[in-house]
Each structure stands twice: as structure tokens, then as C-alpha cells.
Write a protein that binds this ligand. Sequence first.
Ligand code: TEU
Length: 580
Amino acid sequence: MKTLLRTLFAFLLLNFLGCSPQEAKNDTSSQEEKTWWKEGVLYQIYPQSFKDTDGDGYGDFKGVIEKLDYLGSLGITMVWMNPFFESPMVDNGYDVSDYRAIHPRYGSMEDFQAMLDGMHARGIKFVLDVVVNHSSDQHDWFLQSRSSRDNPYRNYYHWWPAEKGTPPYRHSLFDPEGAWEYDSLTNAYYLHTFAEQQPDLNWENPKVRQEVYDIMKFWAEKGVDGFRMDAFQFASKDTTWPEFPEGHEEDFIKWYGMRPQLHEYLKEMYAEVIEPFGVFAVAEGAGSTFLDAHDLVDADRKELQMAYHFETVDLSRTPEGYELEDFKNVFSKWDSAFAEKGWISIFLSNHDNSRLVNRFANPSPEFRTPSTQLINTFLMSMRGTPFTYYGDEIGMTNIDMPTIEEYVDVEALGKYQTAKASGQDLEEFMRILNYSSRENGRTPMQWDSTPQAGFTTGTPWMKVNENYVEINVAAQEEDPNSILNHFRKMVQVRKENPALVYGKYELVQKEHPEIYAFTRTGEGQNLMVVLNFSQNPSSIELETLPTDASVIINNYSTLDVNGNTLNLKPYQALIFSVDQ
Ligand code: TEU
């Protein structure tokens, strides 16, 4: 039902924009400027889980330095690293207490510089996570702000004096008690969209905005190439403080985020930082309409360069999984909307989600390899910059955490409290949490089959997945047909075939229940991508069939063509040139 409503909504919007999805797709004449961030492949590193070199159980910069050649060998061209700044770590670093200092667990500023230089030497650009919708409650700005009502930093945050009564209820994404927190020190409430230790910065205050630009300049001067703007849709909010309407948690952004001022702030940021430093910026979130998304990223807007939407990950939040039809619809719809103008990223997993394999592929031992290869083929074949998450290049899977006591994530704990307070079936809640929690995506990188997967010599901050003996980088290096080596091939294929970056996307046999087939045409190429999303063999009739000579990628060693029919093995993934 939800999907149906969304599809209807998107359809109405496209009409509102003056084009049907079909027209939008066909009109691809004037793509905007070609650039490195469109042509690149981004790899996301969750630093505390990547590689530990000092035995404290947390990944560090020296660990990334040790793995620079590995990163180079993947062929990726950008790294986005989750926050590593000074922080009390209530939300694993998304609660920053000093934006110019590095948390000691990751190393020093010299280590950071060495890591950055090492990436640059390998042609890899660096994208910094900028967490400025909120700071930590331990940031000096907040300590000052809460100290007295007339402190110069008071207006850096949103305060509600208690003599006005209780503030109108506002939903918080992490706190079951809502987004206003009472602080007895000045007898007032402060606003926090996320955890109570993450007070929202007041973007209406020009001083706050200048502080943010100065922080971005500080890092741009060190050589970072791009910024990922965390939770940025919430930076501009409705400060007439209306009551939060019940039942609207899901369209929270529509109610309280993405106010028109957001665009003014972004234009200001573009003029102050993005343009002068020649860096790029990607927003987490794309608003709630295509129009919003275009306003954020179209080149002539001079705001951001890219955005990512959540509709893909929203498809698969329960163990019941997703329907291929919905998957095709989401991607086709977004592609249509951006065929002419603007640019988006393509992502299927990140640190806020469970593992790619469990959500969009098939984790069973029999099918894990071909199905992960298939989903990575898909990721690298769409228009939009592919974002891949550490560990997905080897098919790391979810862990099993059936009881709440094992969880450390602030979001999981908050959701559990909400479920309990509202009398939900906790057994069912845990079944879904075990499948969907963010903890699944944060387990240590599985490097080899030595203890703790070669991640640390100490006790890892988060348990290593038991399957590391089987699923690890070292084992897959040895096997030319591994998920890892297929990933490498796909990165090369994307780099060598500009049609996969810029070409027009057209769905083929939309209604096929098992196969997702589409063409990518342009840049002098005419490519066909055929993916059997089923664990059973399937077939498709095509006008042009692949031959050994025209195949660009195949995750099996065989090709089965019979007359006009292409027969595919379970999770077989093919790309071939239609011209040859
Ligand atoms: O997430 C922002 C956000 O909108 C969250 O609701 C996110 O979708 C949710 O955590 C999914 O489980 C960003 C970061 O990516 C996240 O890790 C942080 O916890 C959050 O901001 C607060 O900084």
C-alpha cells in the first residue's frame, strides 16, 4: 500500500513537473557537465570497524593507511569516511564536540594527513562527513549556550523558555520521549531531532552558519575533496513550532524539514566553500519530492551536486524482503526524474542499514556468491554515482543478535523503548530489529581467517561475524571468481564503458517477474544489462542476444542462448554490447 501511494505520488509529481515518466526518460539530450564525481565509484569506510593497528579494538587511520593498496586495488575513486572527530560517542561520532580535532582512538592530525596524501597518491578523493544539523551536548558552544539565557552562544541552539509552558510535541528520530529536552539550569527546553545528547544547531543564526563554513574551509585547506552533509534536510525547520501531527513519523521531513530557507543556506555555503575550493557536496536525503531533489542538486541552482534518497533502502526493512517489481519501479522512477538534469547517487547499503547481501541478495551459502555479484553488477550499471559500503565487496552478512541486551546503537535502544512503551509485540519487534538494525552493518571488516578476522589483535569494539573464516578478503583474493574479484571487474567495466555512467537508461520487459533487464545507450555505446534476480533459472526473449564476443561481464562461465531466448542461471548477471 505504502509503495502504491509513493508510486502514485511520484507520478503526480512528474505530471506536475510537466512530463510523464516516459517523456522524461526519452528526453536525454542535454546532460549537464561531465565530472569526476559523476564518473567515480565511492567506497564508504566506517572507520572504527575497518582496521585496528594499536590493539585497542577500534579501527584507526594507520589501519586505513595499511590498507591503501587494497583500496587502490578495488579501483574505487572516492572514499567517504564516517565522522572521526572529537566526540563523546553517544551516536558513534555523529555527536561532535570539536569539529577541528580528531578523536584519539583514530590517531592524530598527522596520521589523518598521511592517510589523505596516501589516497591522493592513488587517485582517490576524500569525502568528509559534516555533521552540522546538530552538535554534541559536550561541544563548547552548547556548554556556553545552556549556561545562561544571556550567553552569546544562547542563540546557537533552539530554546523554549519554560514559562511559556510545555513546548508543543515534536517527534524525535531517536528519543521516545520526543525532541524537546528540559534543562533545569536555565529552566528551558532545547530541541534535538536525534538523541538528547545531539542538540540541533540554530541555522537561522548567521553566526552558526559562518562557523560551519569556517569548519568546512579548515578541512578543505587540508585537502579534502568533498563533503557529505549529514541529516541536512533538518537544518532548516519550522520554528513557529506547530504540534507534531500524530502518525506522521514517516513523512517527518515534509512536516519539519526542508523549509525554503534551506536553499538560501545552501547557496550561501556554495558561494563560501564549494565554489572557491572546487569541492563537491552530497546531501543525505533528497527532500520528499523530485522537485525538492532537483532544487538541491541541479547545477544551475548552485547548491549541492548530488543527493541520495532513501526509497531503495525503505524497500527492504523487514525479513520478508522486497518485490522485484517495486525495486524496478523505484530505480526507473528516479532515473526518469533525473534523465535531463541533476545527479543522484545510487546506494543500496550504508552504516544506517543492515547488510546488502541480506536485504537485496541471498545470504544462503549456495547463492551468496552469484547473488552478491548480481547486486554489485546492478549497482555499477545505473546512472548516478555508485556508493558501496565497506565489506559489501566481499559479501559480508548480517550478524545474529536476538536479544536487546547485546545492542549498543542509540537508535536501536530508542526504538526498543518506544515499542515497549506503546505495547508492541516485543518478540516481533526483535525479529525485525535483528534483521534491520544498524549494528548489522557495523561489524569489523573481515580481512582474513586469523582470530578477529585480522581486524584487531585486541578485543574488537563490536563482535566479529562468526562467518569470517569463510567470508574474508584473503580467501577471495585467491579465487578469480570471488565476489571481490567480480567487484573489481565491475568497477573497471564502469570506468571503461561511459554509457554506464552517462547513457540513457531504458527498462526492457518491465513486467518480467524474475529478470531485471535494461539498456544503457549513449557515448557511442549500446549496452544491455540482464540480471536474473531469482534463485531459479529463468529466461527472456530478446531481439539482440549476447555472443561470446559481445559479453562484457558474466558472473558464470557459460552463456546459454537458444534461438531468440537467453537462458539464465540463478542470479546470473550479464552485460553485453548490443552493437556487435
Ligand atoms: O542519519 C540521518 C537520518 O535521517 C537517520 O534517520 C537515519 O536515516 C537513520 O539513522 C537510519 O537508521 C544520519 C547518520 O547517517 C546517522 O548515522 C546518524 O545517527 C544521524 O544522522 C544523526 O547524526
